[in-house]
Every structure is written in structure tokens, then in C-alpha cells.
Ligand binder design. Structure first.
Ligand code: HEC
Length: 126
């Protein structure tokens, strides 16, 4: 009896300590975005465009829809009428030039797990 009374608060304290640490750890997708995309793109709501457009809340939006960003003519022509969904984003990240030949963004990611992690992160921004 004495032992279990002593152990209970210890368990409660260690559970409390574990949770905030998990919430703060950036996801794989967020880390990839920071290392591979953030030099050109912002991901925060209302943040200014960089070399590329702000990508906050992209999924569900029309392609080339970033207000105030000047897209290349090749990109605008190739993306006309397209809406960003997971499948289009997966193709874009696999090879931007096969989706929009001549686009000013050149990027290839062969690893489907890394693409999925990036897409997961971008979908969480809304
Ligand atoms: C060297 C700069 C650069 C890097 C790095 C870069 N991009 Fe881009 N991105 C651009 C530019 C420039 C455009 C506009 C393309 C055009 O107009 O042809 C663009 C366009 C896009 C678009 C289309 C947005 C829209 O409004 O239709 C998406 C999505 C995108 N980038 C995602 C990413 C992701 C995800 C990464 C990281 C894996 C990344 N980009 C890395 C420069 C970059």
C-alpha cells in the first residue's frame, strides 16, 4: 500500500513531462520544408512571398493563385484550371518540370516518403 501511493505521483509527473516535448518537436515534413523549401517559400499565414509564393493553406486553392506573386508564363499556361490537391502536389514534387515545363522552380524528390511527409505538413497549414 505504501509503495503504490508513492509511485502514483511519479507516474503522473513523467506523463506530464512527456507531452509538451512531443508537441514541440517539428514533424519530418516541417523539417524538410525548412531545409528544402524555406529559402524561397514562406509557410506562415500572411507572410510575404519570397523567390516563390507563400504556401500557407495551398491545398484546395487554384494553382498560380497567390495574390501579388508574379508567376512565370510557362507555369501559368501549364497550370490553367488546376486546383492543388495531394495528387497534383505529389506530381509537382516528383518533378516540377514534367508538370509545368519551363517553370522557374526546378525540384525533384524521388523518395515517396519524403514527398508524403511534405504534403502532410502542407495540408496541416490551414
Ligand atoms: C530556389 C527557389 C525555390 C525552392 C527551393 C522551392 N521553390 Fe517552390 N516555387 C519557386 C518559384 C519561383 C515558384 C513559381 C514557379 C513559376 O512561376 O514558374 C514556385 C512555385 C511553387 C508552388 C506552386 C504554388 C502556386 O501558388 O501555385 C508550389 C506548390 C511549390 N513551389 C512548392 C515548393 C516546395 C514544397 C518546395 C520544397 C520542397 C519548394 N517549392 C522549393 C521557387 C522555389
Amino acid at each position: 500500500m505504501k509503495t503504490s501511493l508513492l509511485l502514483l505521483p511519479l507516474v503522473a509527473v513523467s506523463m506530464l513531462a512527456a507531452n509538451p516535448a512531443q508537441a514541440q518537436a517539428p514533424s519530418v515534413g516541417q523539417r524538410l520544408a525548412q531545409s528544402a523549401c524555406a529559402q524561397c517559400h514562406s509557410f506562415d499565414k500572411g507572410a510575404p512571398h519570397g523567390v516563390g509564393p507563400n504556401l500557407y493553406g495551398l491545398l484546395g486553392k487554384p494553382a498560380a493563385g497567390g495574390a501579388g506573386f508574379t508567376y512565370s508564363k510557362q507555369y501559368v499556361d501549364a497550370m490553367k484550371g488546376k486546383t492543388w490537391d495531394r495528387s497534383l502536389l505529389d506530381k509537382w514534387l516528383t518533378d516540377t518540370q514534367s508538370v509545368a515545363p519551363g517553370s522557374t522552380m526546378a525540384y525533384f524528390q524521388d523518395d515517396p516518403k519524403k514527398r508524403a511527409a511534405l504534403i502532410e505538413y502542407m495540408q496541416s497549414l490551414k
